[in-house]
Design a protein around this ligand. Structure first.
Ligand SMILES: CC(C)(COP(=O)(O)OP(=O)(O)OC[C@H]1O[C@@H](n2cnc3c(N)ncnc32)[C@H](O)[C@@H]1OP(=O)(O)O)[C@@H](O)C(=O)NCCC(=O)NCCS
Length: 210
């Protein structure tokens, strides 16, 4: 996990902490990779819902753990994370969900796929203590296809692991769709192990940092 691994993409300009101005780009990357690594735009009437749930709040809650990869065409990948998932979920209840719940009323007519995401932002499931006790942190990582397979995924995970270890965090978990085999293979290769299967079939994977 700790060896140096310079990415092989010459075009990468910077790997840097995220700034508020990255929000639109992060939303676009989330959508462009949101269907098991493929473009999810066609699956939703409002695909930005994906970012509202799994990317944007992290930029605001703990920007120091949000990393942007930029190439000559601009931001092309990100890793976002929460060091303390319980505190992050409390932050979302206070600062993130209220405005979205007003913007996306539960009772409005929607496509089935959009309705499921809106349901989640009205009633997010708390991560169980059995997971957060041992693996308090969680992450999301998404690279546009032009940056995939170049060593950047490893670099971003290793950067986060170092940051979390400096904060004394015991472990990190993530959720991945059971059908996203390339990502599951990547996480396994990076040392994550399957921990649980979610009711929707998603896989929870964990990495101990102690
Ligand atoms: C998943 C993702 C983050 C991986 O990043 P990446 O830059 O493509 O991966 P890397 O090139 O850094 O690979 C790192 C290592 O994992 C290995 N690896 C990558 N995919 C693998 C796989 N499916 N099976 C086994 N090993 C794999 C690589 O060979 C490499 O090994 P090495 O460093 O020991 O030589 C990236 O492909 C991505 O963003 N995909 C689309 C979005 C997505 O699905 N995100 C996950 C949502 S949960």
């Amino acid at each position: 996990m700790s060896r140096n691994y310079p990415p092989t993409v010459d075009a990468v300009l910077s790997i840097r902490p995220a700034a508020p101005a990255d929000r639109t780009a992060v939303e676009a990357i989330c959508v462009a990779t949101g269907d098991d690594g493929r473009d999810a735009a066609g699956r939703y009437d409002d695909p930005t819902l994906l970012a509202h749930l799994w990317a944007t709040p992290h930029l605001l809650a703990d920007p120091a753990l949000a990393t942007i990869v930029e190439d000559h065409d601009g931001p092309a990948g990100y890793l976002v994370a929460a060091a303390d998932t319980v505190a992050f979920e409390q932050w979302c209840e206070q600062h993130w969900w209220p405005a979205l719940r007003q913007r996306y009323p539960l009772e409005a007519e929607r496509r089935d796929t959009d309705r499921e995401l809106v349901r989640l932002l009205h009633a997010p499931e708390a991560t169980p203590a059995s997971l957060t006790d041992r693996y308090p942190a969680h992450l999301h990582i998404n690279l546009l296809p032009r940056l995939q397979g170049t060593g950047l995924g490893r670099l971003l995970i290793e950067r986060l692991v170092t940051q979390l270890q400096h904060r004394g965090v015991a472990g990190v978990h993530l959720g991945v769709s059971a059908t996203n085999e390339p990502a599951i293979g990547f996480y396994r290769h990076m040392g994550f192990e399957p921990e649980a299967v979610e009711p929707d079939g998603g896989l929870i994977m964990v990495l101990s940092l102690t």
